[in-house]
Design a binder for this molecule. Structure first.
Ligand SMILES: Cc1ncc(CNC=O)c(N)n1
Length: 224
């Protein structure tokens, strides 16, 4: 392998699965935010469900941190993951504040079956049988879908209403973009030294995540 640079795995996958990836990051719900046509009831439904998702995401991120501490020799990985947990702490406070502004009672939000399904998938990734490479790759994918989706709503030419801009900035800001790039480079480093079996599993997980994310956005319509 010496002297031969393997192309970054995530790059290969995003090219190979471009259409599915765009299905998750350019979903009609996001396009509706971007052009201002989204309705408030959809936004509120997404907010309530995503709050529940984020609460379930915390133990998943903790499990990735635990795997990093056991399986990675890089202290820097822990720093990145700890930053991720700190961001989730802010995020939960933001959800509570946003929900109270919009009159969404978080304590009485009933988790939708699509949400429960995604949370069950997260739980399966927390198993000790799932190694650090798979866990960090899944983590990168989940964060990146939100980063890319909301950054799209802030690009030149977008007509995102002012009151939705702060939501978009939460995931679409440059720091979050930098953080996602850090996760991506950890994932690529791990994938470059992983067995074919682990790489294959990580790719299947990526496809599952993209599908879960599409379903999650679909939920905002309230028709399913
Ligand atoms: C369904 C879903 N996917 C990804 C994220 C982004 N990560 C943490 O906030 C999220 N909030 N919700």
């Amino acid at each position: 392998m010496e002297g031969i640079e393997r192309t970054a795995m995530t790059d290969t996958w995003l090219k190979k699965h471009r259409q599915i990836y765009l299905g998750a990051t350019r979903h009609p719900f996001i396009l509706g935010i971007r052009d201002g046509s989204v309705d408030l009831s959809s936004f509120k439904r997404w907010l309530g469900q995503d709050y529940l998702f984020v609460r379930a995401f915390v133990p998943f991120v903790a499990s990735v941190l635990l795997k990093a501490s056991k399986e990675s020799d890089e202290n820097a990985d822990i720093d990145v993951l700890l930053g991720g947990l700190a961001a989730l702490n802010d995020e939960i406070a933001w959800f509570k504040n946003e929900a109270s502004k919009l009159g969404v009672a978080l304590a009485s939000v009933v988790p939708h079956p699509i949400n429960l399904n995604y949370c069950r998938f997260l739980e399966s990734l927390m198993s000790p049988d799932v190694d650090y490479t798979q866990a960090i790759t899944a983590f990168w994918a989940i964060e990146t879908v939100y980063q890319q989706s909301f950054a799209h709503c802030l690009e030149e030419g977008s007509k995102t209403p002012d009151d939705l801009k702060q939501t978009c900035r939460r995931w679409g800001n440059d720091d979050f973009g930098q953080y996602c790039r850090a996760l991506r480079s950890i994932a690529d480093r791990q994938l470059a030294k992983a067995s074919d079996d682990v790489v294959a599993k990580a790719e299947v997980n990526l496809l599952n995540i993209l599908e879960h994310e599409v379903q999650f956005w679909n939920m905002s319509h309230g028709k399913i």
